[in-house]
Design a protein around this ligand. Structure first.
Ligand code: NDP
Ligand code: OXD
Length: 306
């Protein structure tokens, strides 16, 4: 049995060195130079080339190198084997801190004060009043983010597929619940997985129902947002600002309109970066569970695609 690393376009030295501490070197293969494809039973992938997992007739499991599995699930030639993902409490804290920081950035008008500083203008203005945060997706990352924001005095609502019960969070599910969350939010945070049901969920119809002072924070996937609709909503003052960490195409293409908007703050997909140490521990554990024929940790449900 061997593990295949299929993570194109990224430096892998640190990951491979770390894996070699727990898995014998002759059991580690790196795509595309795979010596013994028939020995590969476990694949570790991130943004793999679709179709590139069909070459392994003994493949028994696929592990995402991140929390999301959308780029795996969308492979039309995906082998029919269990899929696992990384679930890391530290990742959830990082995400919560990112969201809190962006909210505070807006609330305290730091953008404006930055501009004032360039012009040496001293003009105090108190923090914005809006205190309601709506979180789309109350999973590992959304529920932690909700908890942290509550601790900082925000009023938090959340929306998920199944109705949740989270202390002090106004929880909703279904279409009516979605409408309540998006219309009431001063800050709307997207922490949904990307699936057929959530793609393009943040579109013109939604922006038209939001408060004109509302801020969008998308930290999930670029495909959740209809880019042109967002630009239009910002230009027409249907919503006031957007913090975007994820994009349909990454790196964000040079000519993309998002770069030019002074109502958009861009970060390059850094809100919660996979920690190699934690990830490798989970991958190694699953590799050996697979070897023993036991059930893997952090399995996703292929029917719901997350
Ligand atoms: P989880 O699977 O733990 O949670 C997903 C949540 O979304 C659940 O509450 C789920 O509902 C809800 N949901 C899924 N589909 C729907 C739907 N159709 N309608 C309503 N609610 C829905 O995921 P995580 O919290 O771990 O991660 C969320 C996403 O964040 C990842 O998929 C990834 O794309 C993104 N991410 C981004 C990172 C970054 O650096 N920007 C880093 C890590 C992740 P229910 O609870 O009922 O199942
Ligand atoms: C992830 C990500 O899904 O980094 O883990 O986006």
């Amino acid at each position: 049995m061997s593990i295949l690393i299929n993570i194109p376009g990224r430096p892998l030295d640190k990951l491979i060195t770390r894996l070699k501490q727990d898995i014998p070197e002759n059991e580690i293969e790196v795509w595309p130079n795979v010596k013994h494809p028939d020995k590969v039973e476990f694949a570790l992938v991130w943004k793999h080339q679709h179709g590139s997992l069909t070459a392994y007739k003994n493949l028994k499991a696929i592990s995402s190198f991140g929390a999301g599995v959308d780029s795996i699930i969308s492979d039309p030639d995906l082998p029919n084997v269990p899929i696992v993902r990384i679930v890391d409490p530290d990742l959830a804290i990082n995400m919560a801190q990112y969201v809190l920081t962006m909210i505070q950035h807006h609330k305290l008008r730091l953008h404006q004060f930055n501009q004032q500083q360039q012009e040496q203008i001293w003009k105090p203005k108190s923090a914005r009043k809006g205190n309601k945060v709506g979180i789309l997706g109350l999973g590992q990352l959304g529920s932690k983010t909700a908890q942290v924001l509550l601790d900082f005095g925000f009023e938090v609502s959340g929306w998920s597929r199944s109705l949740k019960e989270l202390d002090k969070v106004n929880c909703y599910a279904g279409d009516d619940g979605f409408n309540t969350v998006i219309t009431e939010a001063d800050y709307l945070v997207c922490l949904l997985p990307l699936t057929d049901k959530t793609e393009n969920i943040l579109n013109a119809a939604v922006f038209s129902k939001m408060k004109s002072t509302a801020v969008l924070i998308n930290v999930a996937r670029g495909e959740h947002v209809v880019d042109e609709d967002l630009i239009e909503a910002l230009d027409n003052e249907q919503i006031s600002f957007a913090y975007l960490d994820v994009f349909r195409q990454e790196p964000l293409p040079e000519q993309h309109l998002f770069w030019l908007s002074d109502k958009i703050q861009i970060t390059p997909h850094i809100s919660a970066v996979t920690n190699v140490e934690t990830a490798v521990s989970q991958i190694v554990e699953n590799y050996f569970l697979q070897k023993k024929g036991q059930e893997l940790n952090n399995l996703i449900d292929r029917r719901s695609a997350y």
